[in-house]
Write a protein that binds this ligand. Structure first.
Ligand SMILES: Nc1ncnc2c1ncn2[C@@H]1O[C@H](COP(=O)(O)OP(=O)(O)OP(=O)(O)O)[C@@H](O)[C@H]1O
Length: 354
């Protein structure tokens, strides 16, 4: 089957209906899943042509809990994934037989054995002609910025942080993402831990006074830094500690030097993760000037009023790699996952696309 380009719309010799045409009950579908440590999102997208400048059509969206097998165990992770796919299909008014491809991008998939286990149970659920893609969740984040193309680097910074990169010939590399104990200082958790440490150091007389003390105590409704010991021992979970990161930004914006230094350190850490990946994969070319997409995802990189962490990270990277093309995705990672499968199906059907 050949693909023709008509204006800005990819058409497929009438094999694919145009967006909005036909009923959800008869169209072939792609399921895109973004499975995180906190929740799992599944979207259902028809296999239709759409203009590159417009959002991909999404028929249904369902949300469930964690599907990271490291956090919840394999049985619970599988149940969550099955449940969220069933719910998305039900919302779209479609049955499992309409599914043509499934792209599961799940955190905790780090090794070919993880992939194989998921592929095995997916093939028990769906018909034999369904295409499966099982990837780490950073793949969906990258694809959400590149509209399904696996090329470039993605920097994710939320509770945790990781940099992941792919070349067009299928090589991949990652940096950071090993957890806070192993040095993810660019993460929301890393920023918050540095802030809490600074408060304790100031209280002991081991470090400079900082506005972080009053701001963090106010935020946590505590009256003395001594009480931070009980607060951290009570529940040291990463997500709970990481919620303090915005306080650090506010203090830095108000001129606090300690908070400012914590953010500068986080910026350098994130930039060095990206640079390591870009260099290992040669995304920047031999002279370091080639263009490559850098997809930026996660709340740490979202725009703050004055101290914009994402902008500072980009500034640091561009100094070494002027061809960096920063992208803030317009679609969510679950849609990125679906687009990955969409692109693959198109390439399969249209091998002689220009
Ligand atoms: N305005 C802000 N400035 C800096 N950091 C922020 C801001 N708002 C939230 N954060 C940080 O972002 C974290 C949440 O980010 P996000 O929701 O992207 O990640 P997550 O999905 O919880 O974690 P992960 O991506 O690691 O699985 C918060 O816990 C906090 O550390």
């Amino acid at each position: 089957m050949k693909r023709e380009r008509k204006g800005d719309i990819w058409d497929f010799e009438h094999q694919l209906p145009a967006a909005g045409g036909g009923s959800a009950h008869t169209e072939k579908l792609i399921l895109g899943l973004d499975g995180g440590t906190t929740n799992t999102i599944c979207i259902c997208m028809p296999i239709v042509a759409f203009t590159p400048n417009h959002s991909p059509p999404v028929y249904a969206r369902a949300v469930a809990g964690s599907s990271n097998h490291n956090s919840v165990g394999e049985t619970a992770a599988r149940e969550t994934l099955e449940q969220v796919m069933a719910e998305a299909l039900s919302k779209a008014g479609c049955s499992r037989s309409a599914v043509r491809a499934v792209c599961l991008a799940v955190s905790g998939v780090n090794h070919p054995t993880d992939q194989q286990r998921i592929l095995d149970w997916l093939s028990d659920i769906f018909a034999s002609d369904v295409e499966f893609f099982v990837e780490n969740d950073s793949v969906a984040a990258l694809a959400s910025g590149t509209m399904g193309k696996l090329h470039g680097c993605v920097l994710i910074a939320g509770t945790g942080t990781i940099a992941y990169g792919y070349t067009e010939d299928g090589r991949e590399a990652r940096a950071a993402g090993a957890g806070p104990i192993l040095g993810d200082w660019g993460s929301g958790y890393g920023i918050a831990v540095k802030a809490l440490t600074s408060v304790v150091r100031a209280y002991d007389g081991r470090g400079p006074e900082t506005m972080l003390t009053s701001s963090i105590l106010r935020q946590l409704q505590l009256s003395s830094p001594d009480e931070l010991i009980g607060w951290t021992y009570a529940d040291p979970s990463w997500a709970r500690i990481a919620t303090l990161a915005p306080v650090v930004v506010l203090c830095a914006e108000a001129g606090d030097q300690v908070a400012n230094d914590i953010l500068l350190y986080a910026v350098e850490e994130m930039a060095s993760s990206v640079k390591a990946v870009v260099q290992r994969l040669g995304l920047c070319g031999k002279d370091g000037k080639d263009n490559f997409p850098l997809v930026m995802v996660g709340n740490v990189l979202e725009t703050n009023r004055r101290w914009d962490i994402g902008k500072e990270v980009i500034r640091c990277i561009v100094k070494d790699f002027p061809g960096t093309r920063p992208i803030r995705p317009k679609v969510e990672p679950a849609v990125g996952a679906a687009l990955l499968a969409w692109n693959y199906l198109i390439e399969q059907y249209q091998p002689d696309v220009e």
